[in-house]
Design a protein around this ligand. Structure first.
Ligand code: ATP
Length: 293
């Protein structure tokens, strides 16, 4: 992955609002991969994504999207990127078909066949007025619009919010197919960490305007574990490094981010049944990172 060209890169990007600062964000997405941007409400995910789309101007730092600086080449960037924003805006009294036709004029590479087949797959009626679409239908329609001009990179802000589980699964599978079969790259922001768990290759945690951790997802999940231990089964050197420690009637537990380094020292305890190791999910990691202890 290290040798792959980056389709997206941010270096030390800053943006300040009253009471909030995006504080020197650095991120990179190698071509063909899916990056999940995870963070609590107000962490700066949408601001970061809008900087990529030149909808918010960065104050300092460098940004490269599909090889271009979005500040200087906004139009070219839009042509090569499929973007889905937090909210969707349409002319409410125009139909789906009219809107598709209208949007198609902004792109050099619009593919009517892809657009039509996505409308069919997503079960969106071409004759419906956009104001008649439900929230979930609007998201599906926006995704169809975002995918119909052969974008190299998809930039998706909370794309599954408001979708029912069946369509949500379908959308995630579609994104995965785009990445694995067609070599497309995807950055997806979500606080539904389940979605990111399912499809992302890489994850970045954004907390209070700072990227606090980036990693390959599988590597992350191999190093972060919850350890359950009976009193005295773990040395204090390890216990002191655990976060989210809890005492139970029959022992204690805590989360480690260094499992691969300490696992050899746990083997005996595991064999004796006084130590048990459990997988964690991205929510557990996010909570550990947010709360610290
Ligand atoms: P959520 O998950 O709730 O959508 P987020 O991680 O996407 O949150 P942002 O929308 O980027 O967070 O907001 C980050 C911070 O920047 C918040 O404190 C927000 O109030 C502030 N902010 C965002 N846009 C503006 C703006 N145009 N003017 C002033 N403050 C803003």
């Amino acid at each position: 992955m290290d040798n792959t060209a980056n389709i997206l890169e941010l270096k030390n990007v800053q943006k300040r609002y009253k009471g909030f600062a995006l504080d020197g964000i650095s991120l990179r997405l190698p071509q063909g991969y899916i990056l999940g941007l995870i963070g609590p409400n107000g962490a700066g995910k949408t601001t970061t994504i809008k900087i990529l789309m030149n909808m918010v101007k960065r104050e300092s730092g460098e940004v490269q999207v599909v090889g271009l600086d979005p500040k200087k080449n906004a139009k070219q960037v839009k042509n090569k990127v499929g973007y889905l924003g937090e909210e969707q805006y349409f002319y409410g009294n125009k139909t789906v078909a009219w809107t598709g036709n209208f949007v198609s004029a902004f792109y050099d590479n619009w593919d009517t066949n892809i657009f039509q087949s996505l409308l069919t797959n997503f079960e969106i009626s071409r004759t419906k007025k956009t104001r008649e679409l439900s929230k979930g239908m609007k998201v599906r329609f926006s995704l169809a619009l975002a995918l119909s001009h052969h974008p190299d990179l998809l930039i998706l802000d909370e794309p599954t919010a408001g979708l029912d589980p069946v369509i949500r699964r379908e959308v995630l599978e579609l994104l995965q197919k785009k990445s694995k079969n067609e070599g497309k790259s995807v950055i997806i922001s979500s606080h539904i960490t389940d979605d990111i768990m399912r499809i992302a290759d890489l994850v970045a945690f954004l907390i209070e305007g700072k990227i606090v951790l980036t990693s390959e997802k599988d590597e992350l999940l191999s190093s972060w574990k919850r350890i359950h231990y009976k009193k005295g089964a773990l040395g204090s050197d390890i216990v002191n490094t655990l976060t989210r420690r809890k005492d139970h009637a029959f022992g204690s537990s805590g989360v480690t981010d260094r499992y691969l380094k300490i696992k050899d020292s746990l083997v005996q305890g595991i064999t004796e049944g006084v130590i048990k190791v459990e997988n964690v999910n991205l929510d557990d990691i996010l909570i550990s990172l947010v709360k610290g202890v």
